[in-house]
Design a protein around this ligand. Structure first.
Ligand code: NDP
Length: 708
């Protein structure tokens, strides 16, 4: 062990071996120490800002947290100084520093934009951030004689007040044009605060933007050759020649612009991952577990802001994203952290002369490609098992929902995942294809449509990659005559209208026994009619918009076809354009009665809030009809007869089934489809099989007898 580390261990009065084991070298120790310091300041900023509504108060909170007495403490100050001294020499420290400084800048800019036009907000934010760094550095270099925490804060406070008082004497100009993020050095990735002026956007934007530095910093750093953590991630950056706008589906407003990763960026990302993966895989399972648990904790601590970000990007109601999207991602990291520690092979007894064993090894660099309905959850469901097993992952979110995956990248870095182990690249199908065809990527895990799954599998075949495919469905829910009807109705609602019906496992075909059909329908219609459609940021809203205008048109097209084919919409059946909702892509939750198995609304995946009701008379008949589809993702049964429940479930062709419930996906249970709904499984221990490969080892215990 190097003498520096030994000295550090001595000073900390801990075992030198322990320090070497956990940190390896001095740079890793500094890296870990700085992440911890930066996280502490970040937490302080968040805590202080949480209860403050006024922009000026939030600016003060940032100043107070950054110049708090703890940061002027001699011991802490020495650690900060050691860090700043190394930043220019050590790339990993430079990345942490960049995230840390951009976060401060973004927080300041977002608050200032409530008071000043954007350009002035950016420039004043840059001045305040520079003064915070400057006053602290001078104080530290003077051995804390030149200023203490109180005088430093007073200096900044006076400066900000003076600047704002002068400026606020004349009102700011209106500026609501969408901003090109590539041109904004100090801006946030999600320029929504400046872009969106409608009431529907509410104050949530501000708090979500607080942590959105991730996007901006990746954009700045994400050049093809920079050797950065991101190797080409580019939301709002300048890496690719092509860019696209991301839209808030509730308002139609532009949330930000995103750069597309091309061949050079993908190649650079793969090279960075190869380096990162070697480092990550060399850590013990217990070490990886600790980092993944930390990621889970950060996700939980940022639940609200991430939920708000996800709601703005997808249109899913905040009452869902607050309790599902981020939380289930955190659960996933926690669960796979546990499994990382217990990854093991087998011992195989081969008699007295030999034994064998297997090693469960990572695949190497793998890629995840996500759909738009659960952007963060999908990223977590792929990243957590991949990383737990020692792989590195490049992740491409759907182009419609680019933001939350970038936050995840930053969270993983903050948690201690080495640079180049999880990177986000942005773009359309072409970017996805660059991943599926890349010779040095060992596996693709896709969540998407059946057609995309086939294309991905075809492309992956050229380099014989492993594939996991989580694809579409048209799942059946069977309600027998002995079912508790209120529960069955609740199951049908959960199975059709969550996330405005944009859920792959939805029970879009609800088979109800003819003898209870009238009672079922009556209760169903009553509850659907009471659902609240509206601003997804409103906690009372049950149904938000569909994810895009194009998707809304597709769903409305199916509704028209349903009517034309003879089905009767007993509730819903139209776009909703009341008041501010006219700007968004809202479709009323719709129930079609009088459906037949051959109708297109019954056969094809609509991926919207459209339920088809069908009736049946006996068990054999309903099983046959339920299975008469190319899909096989999920299925559900409501009955009080346990024998029948298990008998029917055993015969349904589906990867994930529920008895007396619907659409519950605990992380412990494997999830995936059969038939055209997919290959492989996510979640549960089963996911480990898909992110590792077995190596068999024969160990001879005697002499070698050759016949030659
Ligand atoms: P898509 O299949 O359109 O897209 C999925 C992802 O694949 C996107 O990131 C897309 O890029 C990318 N992609 C598209 N074509 C290719 C290609 N040829 N090579 C590589 N990547 C490609 O699905 P949606 O995003 O529209 O999501 C909805 C679908 O996902 C539904 O069918 C739904 O059932 C399914 N789904 C399945 C789940 C499951 O677990 N089984 C869960 C959630 C959804 P981009 O769109 O950015 O251009």
């Amino acid at each position: 062990m190097g003498t520096t580390l030994a000295r550090i261990a001595g000073r900390a009065r801990v075992s030198a071996g322990l320090v070497a084991h956990y940190f390896g070298d001095k740079e890793s120790l500094l890296d870990a120490a700085f992440r911890s310091l930066a996280r502490r300041v970040g937490d302080q900023v968040r805590t202080r800002m949480r209860n403050i509504d006024s922009p000026r108060g939030r600016i003060q909170a940032i100043i107070d947290a950054n110049l708090a007495p703890e940061e002027f403490d001699r011991r802490t100050g020495t650690a900060w100084l050691a860090f700043w001294g190394q930043v220019l020499q050590v790339p990993s420290l430079r990345r942490v520093q960049s995230v840390y400084q951009r976060r401060t800048l973004t927080n300041l800019t977002n608050s200032l934009k409530k008071l000043l036009p954007p350009e002035e907000a950016h420039s004043l934010a840059a001045m305040i951030a520079a003064m915070i760094d400057g006053v602290w550095l001078r104080a530290a270099l003077s051995g804390w004689r030149e200023a203490d925490s109180a005088s430093a804060r007073a200096l900044l406070t006076e400066f900000v007040d003076r600047r704002l008082n002068t400026r606020l004497a004349s009102p700011p100009d209106d500026d609501d044009a969408p901003r090109d993020l590539a041109t904004l050095i100090a801006g946030t990735a999600i320029e929504s605060a400046a872009v969106e002026s409608t009431a529907i956007e509410s104050a949530a934007i501000e708090s979500a933007a607080v942590e959105s530095t991730a996007v901006e910093s990746t954009a700045i750093e994400g050049t093809a050759t920079g050797g950065t953590a991101t190797g080409g991630t580019a939301v709002g950056g300048t890496a690719g020649p092509q860019r696209f706008a991301s839209i808030n589906p509730a308002t139609g407003a532009v949330l930000g612009y995103v750069s597309v990763a091309g061949p050079a960026e993908i190649d650079a990302a793969v090279r960075a991952e190869e380096h990162g993966q070697a480092r990550w895989a060399a850590m013990t399972g217990a070490e990886r577990a600790r980092v993944l648990r930390q990621a889970a904790q950060i996700l939980r601590s940022r639940n609200r802001e991430l939920a708000e970000l996800e709601t703005r990007d997808t249109g899913k109601p905040i009452q869902e994203t607050l309790v599902v999207d981020v939380v289930s991602g955190a659960d996933c990291f926690e669960y796979f952290a546990g499994l990382a520690q217990s990854l093991s092979g087998e011992h195989i007894d081969l008699g007295g002369h030999a034994f064998g064993y297997t090693r469960r090894e990572p695949l190497g660099v793998v890629a995840g490609i996500g759909a738009w309905n659960y952007p963060l959850q999908i990223a977590c469901w792929k990243a957590a098992p991949a990383l737990a097993c020692g792989n590195a992952m490049i992740f491409k979110p759907a182009e419609i929902t680019p933001f939350s995956a970038v936050e995840l990248e930053q969270i993983l870095l903050e948690a201690g995942v080495p640079a180049g182990v999880f990177q986000v690249v942005q773009g359309f199908a072409d970017t996805g294809r660059l991943l599926t065809r890349h010779p040095d990527i060992r596996k693709i895990s896709l969540t998407g449509e059946v057609g995309t799954g086939k294309a991905v599998m075809r492309d992956a075949a050229s380099t014989l990659k492993h594939v996991t495919l989580e694809l579409g469905g048209k799942s059946p829910l069977i309600v027998f005559d002995d079912a508790k009807l209120d529960n069955a109705v609740a199951g049908a609602l959960l199975g059709n209208f969550y996330s405005s019906g944009q859920v792959c496992s939805n029970a879009a075909r609800v088979f109800v026994h003819a003898s209870v059909k009238t009672a079922f329908l009556e209760r169903l219609v009553k509850r659907v009619s009471a659902m609240r459609i509206g601003d997804p940021m409103d906690p009372q809203t049950h149904v938000g918009p569909l994810v895009s205008e194009q998707h809304m048109q597709k769903v409305l097209g199916y509704i028209s076809r349903g009517r034309a084919e003879g089905a009767r919409a007993v509730v819903g059946g139209q776009r909703v354009t009341d008041g501010a909702l006219a700007k968004g892509f809202f479709v009323a939750p719709t129930v079609f009665d009088e459906c037949r198995d051959d109708m297109s609304i019954v056969r094809e995946e609509i991926f919207g809030p459209v339920m088809s009701l069908l009736t049946f008379n006996d068990e054999e008949e309903v099983i046959e009809r339920a299975n008469a589809t190319e899909f096989g993702l999920s299925a559900g049964v409501f009955t009080h007869d346990l024998t029948r429940a298990h008998r029917v479930i055993a015969r349904l062709q589906a990867g994930t089934c529920w008895i007396n419930h619907y659409n519950i996906t605990p992380i412990e249970l494997p999830f995936g489809g059969v038939k055209m709904s997919g290959l492989g499984r996510e979640n549960g221990r089963a996911a480990l099989e898909h992110y590792t490969q077995l190596k068999s080892v024969y160990v001879a215990l005697g002499d070698v007898d050759a016949p030659y």
